[in-house]
Design a protein around this ligand. Structure first.
Ligand SMILES: C[S@@+](CC[C@H](N)C(=O)[O-])C[C@H]1O[C@@H](n2cnc3c(N)ncnc32)[C@H](O)[C@@H]1O
Length: 461
């Protein structure tokens, strides 16, 4: 059984964690896999910490697979592990440290005796330093003194891991005539809506009916019969509205795309239009300022720091893109919470014989990602996730993009529905939930704390 979340318009995410209570970075799997940071206050010398008292070390130690990170107030020193000793790279003036048995009992004793608040302060400061490199993201915690995991790495774009590949750039068909850079009125992509890159975009049936009634009839007949339809050359629905830069109104997702799960196709590197083309929104990245904040009962969440309008782009889901095999491996060591951060790129499963639930790629946002990785679930969400593709021929790699599903006031928590079902599928989900609710043996159910009037009771079952 797959435990990964699904792309929009797919089966329900079967993943869940069976834990009760709060998920905070302190109790989430990544921290349980990597023991907590130890803080010891004393003198600033570094010596042979296994044979000396804890006074020799002043800073933070963090155990990581195969190495120990030792962090002092000013500089980060990395000790590499070997069987016999530890050597510190670069700075020869610092005495070599044998850290085989770190932390030593003395160090732990000293850590236990040292004020907890100073460790928390150091950790918080370390997290703030991380955030400095992430544009327009703040951290806020009015609940306690914790931070998200220091192990989490903010990345500006997805990291492709072994076995994951993008289709060759040459397969990425761009729009050609009449699109061109610096387009004026009536010649841009948003006017022609027939760009090559838009081939698989939603057909603009009304425009087709008016333009070519015979072709429209054929198209309708094929559609009703569920036949293959050749849509090249037919007028398409353009994904975005035109922004009003003077009034500072951004371009938004058009209602058709907002209310359906049809993939959005944006212009790409091989298009003739320039960077100013209106069909380039998600690819330009997040513009909206966000705050990662501590919730009372759902771990960390995300607030928007300015008013958003319906259909406005917020961010994409970033992480490591991994193969299904690697996903299974990570799940097997990651525990039940692991699945919460996995997002299957399975939107186009079935469109190609070789692309199945087992062979599609998965985005893992647990260790690396952007602020959207902290967005919580709500049964009545204010955002929705959409598929944004830049290469209509690449069925394996695309963006999962979050857009506002309604006008959202500054300071509101952003949420999306982790299941994101249409009405028919929803009935099935409700039935499954009711069954799970009655089944005390079902450890897969995770209580939902979204607080919505129509809360379904569980995150997923
Ligand atoms: C993608 S993470 C969201 C960020 C997470 N809150 C954190 O602190 O890292 C998904 C996890 O957040 C928690 N969560 C999200 N929405 C929730 C909700 N409505 N009720 C309870 N827990 C929720 C669950 O632990 C879930 O597995």
């Amino acid at each position: 059984m797959s435990r990964k979340r699904k792309s929009p318009d797919s089966d329900p995410p079967l993943s869940r964690d069976g834990t009760n209570g709060l998920l905070t970075p302190r109790d989430s799997t990544h921290l349980s896999r990597e023991p907590s940071v130890v803080s010891i206050s004393s003198s600033s010398d570094i010596g042979d910490v296994t044979s000396q008292s804890p006074e020799v070390y002043n800073g933070l130690l963090q155990k990581k697979e195969g190495r120990i990170l030792a962090k002092k107030a000013s500089a980060l020193q990395v000790f590499t592990r070997s069987r016999t000793n530890f050597s510190q790279s670069r700075d020869a003036s610092v005495i070599k440290v044998n850290a085989t048995n770190l932390p030593t009992p003395q160090m732990l004793q000293a850590a236990a005796a040292s004020p907890f608040t100073s460790a928390q302060r150091l950790i918080r400061e370390a997290f703030w330093r991380k955030l400095k490199d992430v544009p327009k993201v703040r951290l806020e915690n009015k609940i306690d003194a914790s931070t998200p995991s220091l192990d989490f790495i903010f990345i500006p774009e997805c990291v492709l891991r072994d076995g994951v590949y993008r289709a060759d750039l040459q397969t990425s068909e761009g729009c050609q005539k009449p699109c061109r850079p610096n387009m004026g009125q009536n010649i841009g992509c948003e006017y022609t809506k027939q760009c090559t890159c838009l081939e698989y975009a939603a057909v603009d049936e009304e425009a087709l009916r008016k333009r070519d009634p015979d072709v429209y009839q054929t198209y309708k007949a094929q559609k009703d019969a569920n036949d293959f339809i050749e849509t090249a050359g037919l007028p398409k629905r353009f994904p975005y509205t035109k922004p009003n830069l003077d009034a500072r109104v951004p371009s938004t997702l058009r209602s058709f795309y907002r209310d359906t799960r049809h993939p959005i196709y944006e212009c790409n590197q091989n298009c003739n239009c320039g960077p100013g083309c209106k069909s380039r929104v998600a690819q330009k990245g997040r513009r909206v300022p966000l705050t990662i904040f501590k919730t009372p009962n759902r771990g960390w969440g995300v607030l928007c720091d300015e008013d958003l309008i319906r259909g406005e782009f917020i961010d994409t889901y970033l992480g490591e893109v991994i193969t299904n095999e690697e996903t299974d491996r990570r799940e097997s060591i990651g525990g039940k919470d692991k699945a919460s951060y996995l997002y299957s790129l399975d939107k186009f499963v079935g469109d190609d014989d070789e692309l199945t639930e087992e062979t599609c790629f998965v985005v893992d946002g647990q260790y690396m990602g952007g602020p959207s990785r902290f967005i919580n679930h709500c049964c009545e969400p204010n955002c929705r996730q959409y598929t944004v593709s830049y290469n209509k021929h690449d069925l394996r790699l695309y963006d999962i993009a979050f857009f506002a599903y309604e006008d959202i006031k500054k300071g509101t928590e952003l949420t999306f529905d982790y299941l994101d079902k249409d009405e028919e599928e929803e009935e099935d989900v409700v039935r499954k939930r009711e069954e799970a609710a009655k089944d005390p043996e079902n450890l897969d159910k995770k209580p939902c704390n979204c607080g919505a009037v129509k809360c379904r009771g569980y995150l997923w079952v």
